[in-house]
Design a protein around this ligand. Structure first.
Ligand SMILES: *[C@@H]1O[C@H](CO)[C@@H](O)[C@H](O)[C@H]1NC(C)=O
Ligand SMILES: *[C@@H]1O[C@H](CO)[C@@H](O)[C@H](O)[C@H]1NC(C)=O
Ligand SMILES: *[C@@H]1O[C@H](CO)[C@@H](O)[C@H](O)[C@H]1NC(C)=O
Ligand SMILES: *[C@@H]1O[C@H](CO)[C@@H](O)[C@H](O)[C@H]1NC(C)=O
Ligand SMILES: *[C@@H]1O[C@H](CO)[C@@H](O)[C@H](O)[C@H]1NC(C)=O
Length: 488
């Protein structure tokens, strides 16, 4: 009956004019980038999806994917700029991922514009029965039920059936840096909770239920490392963390292959042959298109087209049945500067001072991508698009670089319930309003789980630095997938 849906759910994308697609396809071939000025430290290795990849020590310090401070460092970061690829992802040689050396960050004093999670003044709740949605949902009892409830409201309850997979297992999908069972951490109470929405019926998540529901379908996560966490979590949840030799890597179908010299591919795609289900993740930290300004210059600046969705999304949207978008933690001045991203709007450098502020740029991008996805839904009536709200950080007594920590080990010491019908991510709420893109609102519920972060146990964390942004897996992102499943 899900097939009856005629509307799309979308999470979050840059707005792009219809004509942009054609313009992009005709743009010049991307340059080759190499990690040439980054030293390799042989002991820095990471096993990703069964493949050992050499990691670069400098990258390790900066790269959000490397369990190092980079990702929650609000002044510096590394992003593999892959969105600018224009060529055929299968036949055209890809540029290698380019990791960028970042200058020593300034202090974290510019908080006002760099905060990743802004808990803004209360906003009115999303109207779940807008005329548009009412029409779209009329013929589906399931979706009508979903619309009547808000998955963001509810409580955490202890549940012996959690976690849904073991952090010792799931080596096929789970990055060791996020598998807290593999670290010195000894408290695992945080694994034992399930989210119970107040007014929504949730089917029990099982791998077979999920796959049955996703028969002949493709689910795509597009976003930053928190999106990658959700992707890995889902792969582990579906397989129960068990070795699954039948699940086939099909990244090549989407151009997701590791280029020579690259640290990793821009994403991963896996196919479950039993149900012909594909799950994929594509790395796009900013959810907008990145285009080298001088394609023959390896140290070129990038046009960061705030109002244009990533090329990958534009190219492959027609292949997706479910789309989950997210962004958030890469939006600060330091990261933009470090990545040499220059804001563009309408194809030209931005001159609007309101947009030039980080908050304004992020807002424009989120609104743009949601609007664009919404505009595509009539073409792809079976697509369900979600925008996932911001994942909260929990640095106490400092920030990531000033001794901030998340040492609490007692689950839910700050309460277990979310009662307010207003999201903690007003930007996302405003962006999806009036569109058929659905909000996957995980912010308030995750906000209660400060004990679930990697904390000090990150495998290669710099002593003194804690990761209070990413989550241990199994853990809180599993819940994001449970409420996603409930809405499919
Ligand atoms: C929600 O939309 C319905 C239908 O358009 C309208 O009757 C109702 O007043 C709206 N509620 C809010 C809180 O805006
Ligand atoms: C929705 O249901 C009504 C009444 O059952 C039917 O007339 C209409 O064609 C259906 N619309 C769609 C899009 O299936
Ligand atoms: C397998 O699933 C894809 C979508 O993920 C679909 O396009 C294709 O038609 C399916 N193949 C079969 C044989 O049903
Ligand atoms: C592009 O970069 C190359 C190599 O650095 C340089 O020679 C060329 O002048 C640049 N082109 C423009 C238009 O700036
Ligand atoms: C966010 O962007 C939208 C669309 O451009 C705009 O209407 C809205 O006013 C912006 N909100 C803020 C807080 O800047």
């Amino acid at each position: 009956m899900l097939l009856l849906y005629s509307h799309l759910y979308i999470v979050f994308i840059c707005w792009v004019d219809i004509q942009t697609g054609a313009a992009l396809e005709s743009s010049s071939k991307p340059p080759i980038y190499r990690n040439k000025d980054i030293s390799i430290s042989p002991e820095d290795k990471e096993v990703v999806n069964g493949q050992e990849e050499k990691a670069f020590s400098l990258v390790d310090q900066l790269d959000p994917e490397k369990s190092s401070p980079g990702i929650w460092n609000s002044d510096s970061n590394v992003i593999t700029p892959s969105d600018e690829k224009k060529g055929d992802p299968i036949n055209v040689p890809k540029e290698e991922s380019r990791d960028i050396r970042v200058p020593e960050g300034k202090s974290s004093s510019k908080k006002a514009e760099d905060v990743d999670l802004v808990v803004a003044a209360p906003i009115s709740s999303v109207n779940k029965s807008s005329p548009l949605e009412g029409k779209e949902y009329k013929n589906s009892t399931i979706s009508a039920g979903n619309q009547a409830c808000n998955y963001a409201i509810g409580k955490w309850v202890e549940d012996d059936r959690r976690p849904l997979y073991s952090g010792f297992e799931c080596k096929q999908w789970l990055s060791p840096m996020w598998a807290c069972r593999l670290t010195q951490r000894t408290d695992f109470a945080y694994e034992k909770f399930q989210w119970q929405p107040k007014n929504c019926k949730m089917d029990e998540f099982t791998g077979s239920n999920f796959l049955r529901r996703m028969q002949d379908k493709t689910l795509a996560f597009i976003g930053d490392s928190l999106g990658r966490q959700q992707f890995q979590s889902l792969m582990c949840m579906i397989t129960g963390g068990k070795e699954s030799p039948d699940v086939t890597s099909v990244g090549w179908k989407y151009g997701l292959v590791k280029a020579r010299g690259a640290l990793r591919p821009d994403g991963w795609a896996y196919w479950f042959p039993g149900t012909n289900t594909t799950i994929l993740y594509y790395w796009s930290a900013s959810l907008c298109d990145l285009e080298p300004l001088n394609s023959t210059n390896p140290t070129t600046d990038y046009a960061m087209h705030l109002d244009r969705p990533p090329a990958f999304l534009r190219r492959f949207l027609n292949k997706f049945d479910v789309l989950v978008l997210n962004t958030g933690h890469h939006w600060n001045r330091g990261k933009l500067k470090a990545n040499r991203w220059v804001m563009h709007v309408g194809g030209v450098p931005n001159t609007d001072s309101k947009i030039a502020e980080i908050g304004g740029a992020k807002n424009l991008t989120i609104h743009s991508i949601v609007k664009w996805v919404d505009s595509q839904l009539p073409k792809y009536p079976s697509l369900k698009a979600f925008y996932r709200t911001i994942s909260p950080r929990h640095f106490f007594n400092g920030d990531w670089n000033t001794g901030g920590s998340c040492d609490n080990t007692t689950p839910l010491s700050d309460g277990k319930e979310v009662l307010k019908d207003e999201s903690l991510d007003p930007v996302a709420v405003a962006a999806v309003k009036g569109t058929r893109v659905k909000l996957l609102d995980i912010t308030a519920s995750s906000q209660l789980r400060d004990e679930g972060h990697i904390s000090r146990y990150s495998i290669r964390a710099t002593p003194g630095m804690q990761d209070c942004l990413h989550w241990c897996l199994p853990g809180i992102p599993d819940m994001w997938n449970e409420i996603l499943f409930a809405q499919l």
